[in-house]
Each structure stands twice: as C-alpha cells, then as structure tokens.
Design a protein around this ligand. Structure first.
Ligand code: COA
Length: 252
C-alpha cells in the first residue's frame, strides 16, 4: 500500500516554504522535487504504470492484426475439434484472461525494475547530476503530478521521463504545465532537442505530447521491457509498441 496524501509530509503547505514555486496556474505549482516527497511520487508513478495493464492487454489488441488473426484461427480450430458452441464461446474469454495475465506479469516486473533504479532514489538520480531534474505539481498543498528530465551531453538532448498525473486531478492542464517546465529547462540549459519514448496505449499521452509541440518520429513494434522472457506464450499474449517523440528546439 502507498501512503495517503493527507498523511504525507509533502502534502502540507508548510513543505512549500523555502522552495520556490516557479509556475502558477490557478493554485497549481510546478516546483523541484524534495526528498520528503519520495513516497508520494513513487505512488503516482506506480498508479500511472498500473493503468497500462488493462490498456495494453485489451486496447493494445486493436493494433495487432496478426495476433487478432491467430486468435480467430484458434477459435475456428476449437469449434472444428470440439464441436462445442459453449467451449468456442469461452475461448475468447480465456484468451483475454491470458492477455491480462501476461500484461500484468511484464508490467509488474518493469515497475519492480524502475522502483529499484531511478525511482528508488530520485534525489541522487535526478537532482544531483547536472543536466537532470525532477519536478512535482502541487495543487492545494498536495503533490498531484510528476515529471523528470535527464540530459545527454553526447547528443545534446534531454529526455522527458516519468510523466504522470494522479487520476483524480487529470484534465486540468497539470501534465501540460509539467511538460512546459521540461521545455523551459531544456532551453535554459541550451539543449538542442527534447526526446521521449512511451508505450502508452491511451490517446491522452499522445495528444499531450503533440499539444506540447512534439513530433512523432518513429515506432518500435514488439518492444522489449526489462523482465520479458520472450517465451512463445509471452509473445502470443503480450505485445508492446514503443512510440518515439522529438521536439527540436534549435538546429545544431
Ligand atoms: C497522460 C497524462 C499525463 C495527462 O495528464 P493530464 O494532467 O490529464 O493532462 P492535461 O490536462 O495537462 O492535458 C494536456 C493535453 O493532453 C491531451 N489530453 C489529456 N487528457 C486527454 C484525454 N483523456 N483524451 C484526449 N486527450 C487528452 C489534450 O491534448 C490536452 O491538451 P488540451 O486540453 O489543450 O487539449 C495522464 O493521463 C496520466 O498520468 N496518465 C498515466 C501515466 C501516463 O500515461 N503517462 C504518460 C506516458 S509516459
């Protein structure tokens, strides 16, 4: 279980004192992460990723025509072999159950990995290295959204990462404000472009990035997440598409 917002030290308005609120829209502030907010930030991240389980399992299927065909063939074979209408009708339910099971398995293992790497120590991973930062959106004293930036000096890009807004506070422009903060950071630090990758299936994330000026620059089908085994069953029931976006700030 994740701690409730009301009990978190980050939720008290006093925790804002001494920290500059550098974006204000109505009563939403975007400001830098404070270590006392580690748990609430991890909760928002965790919940945002957990939403991917049903989305990837069910909505994701509409982008997989080959898999749809295979499931259709299975259903026909089931009818030919068993001659049972009941069993044939149950097969799609079984297939969807398997999709949910594999989605959950892979996404939980991805979460496990993220919560033990950068999200286990945000201060050290994002706040200390130059060219990186982590921000929170604070609404009425509560942390309700998160985003990170990680600079790459080799190609002079900054990666936007870990964007997530508490589901109770969506549709208020909070993600857009967080995204603009990353844009501002990239410009101030003279990065030439901002890049990001997302496996989100829902349109909200894609519309958000497009509304911030990002261009869709590619898609990787059959994307691999840490923890995937590539077994035949996993390939049959779990597929992920990775979308790459880029916002060019200036020519190199
Ligand atoms: C994607 C997400 C961050 C959007 O947060 P949000 O605070 O509700 O977004 P905003 O209110 O700032 O909306 C910004 C833009 O996103 C788009 N958008 C947001 N919600 C949308 C929805 N439900 N349907 C379609 N477009 C949507 C719109 O273009 C909107 O701009 P507009 O209002 O000017 O048209 C949020 O849904 C979320 O946290 N999802 C789970 C985690 C995730 O998927 N993260 C991003 C992928 S890495």
């Amino acid at each position: 279980m994740w701690p409730s917002l009301s009990g978190s030290p980050s939720s008290s308005p006093a925790s804002l004192s001494g920290v500059e609120g550098d974006f204000k829209k109505d009563n939403v502030y975007i400001r830098e992460f404070h270590p006392s907010e580690q748990e609430v930030v991890r909760r928002i991240f965790y919940e945002g990723i957990m939403e991917r389980i049903p989305n990837t399992a069910f909505r994701g299927l509409k982008h997989q025509p080959l898999i749809q065909l295979i499931y259709g063939i299975f259903t026909i074979i089931c009818f030919v072999v068993t001659k049972s209408l009941l069993l044939t009708c149950c097969l799609p339910i079984f297939l969807m159950g398997m999709r949910y099971y594999f989605s959950r398995k892979v996404i939980l293992s991805y979460l496990e990995c993220a919560l033990h790497t950068d999200m286990s120590d945000i201060e050290n991973y994002y706040m200390k290295p130059p060219g990186s930062c982590f921000w929170v959106a604070v609404l009425d004293g509560n942390v309700v959204g998160i985003v990170a930036a990680r600079g790459n000096e080799e190609d002079n890009t900054v990666e936007l990462r870990r964007m997530s807004v508490d589901s109770n506070f969506r549709g208020k422009g909070i993600a857009k404000a967080l995204g603009r903060k990353v844009l501002e950071f990239a410009m101030l630090n003279n990065y030439s472009s901002i890049i990001l990758g997302t496996t989100a299936v829902k349109v909200a994330a894609h519309k958000l990035y497009e509304s911030l000026g990002f261009k869709h620059v590619g898609i990787i089908e059959h994307y691999t997440l840490p923890g995937m085994t590539h077994s035949i069953l996993e390939r049959m029931f779990f597929q992920l598409r990775y979308h790459r976006y880029r916002l060019q700030l200036r020519e190199e």
